[in-house]
Design a protein around this ligand. Structure first.
Ligand code: PGA
Length: 261
């Protein structure tokens, strides 16, 4: 049975008190003993800020929850003040890294070249990259969404090749839907996901069939079921909704129900 994925990107929110209380509301629901776990059919990942990774890793030890980082440096090691290397993330227990998020592209001027080097660091250190792609409102209005998404994907795919791409996931995150309360409609999401899958299948049939495609942008407990009902949606990446234990668990519940349908 296919498992749907739910990822929570906490972004730059919280402090040690709120992190502890969020963890307390989540960890009990994801007991490692499957017969005790409330969620058996979804895979749940959380992405705290760097400084809380070790604390979160500790709390997740006896649960099915998995840990990821919101970013990684494009270099391996050494004189990079403020940098965090892929090996360090692996060392503290991360298995996933979000790459190319539109906030990183916009606020930190990350281009496709930098994102690709980060991708290569992830692969070299056995971390699964979640490559974010997505169009701006202007680009959607002018009808170039599929081209934009394809260009972002193509840059990385051309460089890393199908084998390494096969170790990653892709998250479609329309820029206009992030943090705005205005999610893309399920049919808009399906159109782009089908386009991504077709593009990947054009490189390699197995890559097209097996790459997990997530949707992110104002995912809520209210819209998660409809988004997850799409054939080509393998999971969701929630920002705002992941900061509330109650809402995040409701999104997980929607994923659990979508699998069991
Ligand atoms: P949001 O963020 O759910 O708050 O829109 C999603 C994301 O940026 O991944």
């Amino acid at each position: 049975m296919k498992k749907l994925l739910v990822a929570g990107n906490w972004k730059m929110n919280g402090d040690s008190t709120s992190v502890t209380s969020l963890l307390n509301s989540l960890t009990g629901e994801f007991d490692k003993a499957l017969d005790k776990a409330r969620f058996k059919h979804c895979e749940v990942l959380i992405f705290p800020p760097y400084v809380y990774l070790a604390q979160v890793a500790d709390s997740l030890r006896d649960t099915q929850l998995k840990l990821g980082a919101q970013d990684v440096d494009s270099r391996d090691t050494g004189a990079v003040t403020g940098g965090v290397a892929a090996a360090m993330l692996r060392d503290v227990g991360c298995q996933f890294v979000i790459l190319g998020h539109s906030e990183r592209r916009r606020l930190f001027h990350e281009d496709n070249e930098t994102i690709t080097r980060k991708f290569e660091q992830c692969i070299a250190h056995d971390l699964c990259p979640i490559l974010c792609v997505g169009e701006s409102l202007e680009q959607r209005r002018t009808g170039v969404t599929l081209e934009v998404v394809r260009e972002q994907l193509e840059f990385v795919c051309d460089r890393v090749g199908a084998t390494y791409m096969g170790k990653a996931m892709v998250a479609y995150e329309p820029v206009w839907a992030i943090g705005t309360g205005e999610s893309a409609k399920p049919e808009e999401v399906e159109e782009v996901h089908a386009g991504i899958r077709a593009y990947l299948a054009g490189i390699d049939a197995e890559l097209g069939a097996s790459t997990r495609l997530l949707y992110g942008g104002s995912v809520t407990p209210e819209n998660a079921s409809a988004l997850l009902a799409n054939e080509d949606v393998d999971g969701v990446l929630a920002g705002g909704a992941s900061l509330s234990g109650e809402k995040f668990l409701q999104v997980c519940q929607a994923a659990e129900m979508a699998v069991l349908k």
